[in-house]
Design a protein around this ligand. Structure first.
Ligand code: 2YG
Length: 278
C-alpha cells in the first residue's frame, strides 16, 4: 500500500462537492450511491438508514503517530468525506490511545484510524470492522459496474494482488466478471488465486503485464507502480479504475481515457468503509 503525502489529500475537504459532481459524470452515481451499492445496500435502505441514522451516529477520526507519524491533512480529509455523507464526524484532540479513549468517552460509535500498515473503521456497537484495502476494491468495482452497465461475462484485468486487488477480485467475481490477475510477484497472484478458488471462483493468472494490458479493455489498477499503462495500451473501449496514489497511467493516457478513468486518492475507499460498518 502506498503511503499518501500531504499534497495528495490537501484539497479533499474543500473540493468534495466538485469531486462528487465529477463522480456523477463518470459513473452516473454520487459518492453516497456508489458506496452504498458497493456494500450491497439498496438506495432506499441506505438513504433511510443514513438519513435518520446520520443525525445520531457519532464518528471519531483518530490521528495515529506511530511509525512514520501523522500525515498532514489525512484525518481532516477522512472526516470531511464522512461529514459529506451526512454523518457527524469529529477529529479527536488526543492521538493514539488517548484519542481512542476520548472518542469512546464522547460516545463515538464508529472509529476511523490508520497506522502505516492498516487503515480501519470499527463499529463499537456491532463489532463490524472495515479495512480500507478491501473496501476500496469493492468501491471501485461498484464504480466500474456503473461505468460499464454491468460486468457479467466481461473480462477484467486486476493489476496487483494486495488488499485492494483482493477486495476488487472478490467483488468482480460476485458480479460475474471474468477476472485475470497480474502481480509482479507471481506467488502473490497464486495466493490470491487460491483464496478465490476456495470461494468457488476461478481466475486466470497473467505472467506478462504488457500482454495482459493488450488483452484487456477493463483494467483495475491496484498496484503501487506509476505510469506503467501507456497510450498504446489504451483504446476507445478501455476503462480504467485506479484507486489511490500513484496513478498507473501516464498523463497522455489520462487525456485519452477522459471520463472512462475512475481515480481518487481516498474518497471512494473511505465512503465504502463508512457504509461497510453501518
Ligand atoms: O493518522 C495519520 O495521519 C497517519 N498515521 C495516517 C497514515 C496513513 C498511511 N496509509 C496510507 O497513506 C494509505 N495506505 C491510506 C489509504 C490509501 C487509500 N488508497
Amino acid at each position: 500500500m502506498t503511503r499518501l503525502k500531504q499534497n495528495d489529500v490537501a484539497e479533499i475537504p474543500t473540493s468534495i462537492e466538485g469531486y462528487d459532481a465529477e463522480l456523477v459524470k463518470i459513473t452516473g452515481c454520487s459518492l453516497r450511491e456508489l458506496a452504498a451499492s458497493a456494500v450491497g445496500m439498496g438506495m432506499g435502505m441506505s438513504m433511510s438508514m443514513s438519513e435518520d441514522y446520520a443525525q445520531k451516529l457519532n464518528v471519531a477520526v483518530i490521528p495515529m503517530t506511530c511509525g512514520q507519524g501523522v500525515i498532514e491533512g489525512f484525518v481532516e480529509s477522512v472526516a470531511s468525506i464522512i461529514g459529506y455523507l451526512g454523518y457527524n464526524a469529529v477529529i479527536t484532540k488526543s492521538r493514539d490511545a488517548g484519542g481512542v479513549a476520548e472518542a469512546v468517552q464522547n460516545g463515538a460509535e464508529v472509529l476511523f484510524m490508520a497506522d502505516d500498515d492498516r487503515f480501519v473503521a470499527v463499529n463499537l456497537r456491532t463489532g463490524k470492522v472495515s479495512d480500507n484495502g478491501e473496501a476500496t476494491g469493492k468501491g471501485y468495482v461498484a464504480g466500474l459496474l456503473h461505468m460499464s452497465n454491468g460486468l457479467e461475462g466481461k473480462k477484467v484485468l486486476v493489476i496487483g494482488a494486495g488488499p485492494v486487488g483482493t477486495g476488487a477480485a472478490l467483488a468482480l467475481m460476485r458480479v460475474g466478471a471474468v477476472v485475470s490477475i497480474y502481480d509482479i510477484d507471481l506467488s502473490a497472484s497464486q495466493r490470491l488465486s487460491e483464496v478465490l478458488k476456495i470461494q468457488g471462483y476461478a481466475v486466470k493468472i497473467e505472467t506478462d503485464l504488457d500482454e495482459a494490458l493488450n488483452g484487456h479493455c477493463i483494467l483495475l489498477d491496484a498496484c503501487p507502480a506509476a505510469e506503467f499503462i501507456t497510450p498504446r495500451h489504451i483504446s476507445e473501449n478501455t476503462m480504467l479504475a485506479a484507486p489511490g496514489i500513484p496513478l498507473g497511467v501516464q498523463a497522455s493516457g489520462v487525456a485519452q481515457l477522459s471520463n472512462r478513468l475512475l481515480h481518487d486518492p481516498l474518497q471512494i475507499g473511505v465512503a465504502t468503509m463508512m457504509f461497510d460498518v453501518l
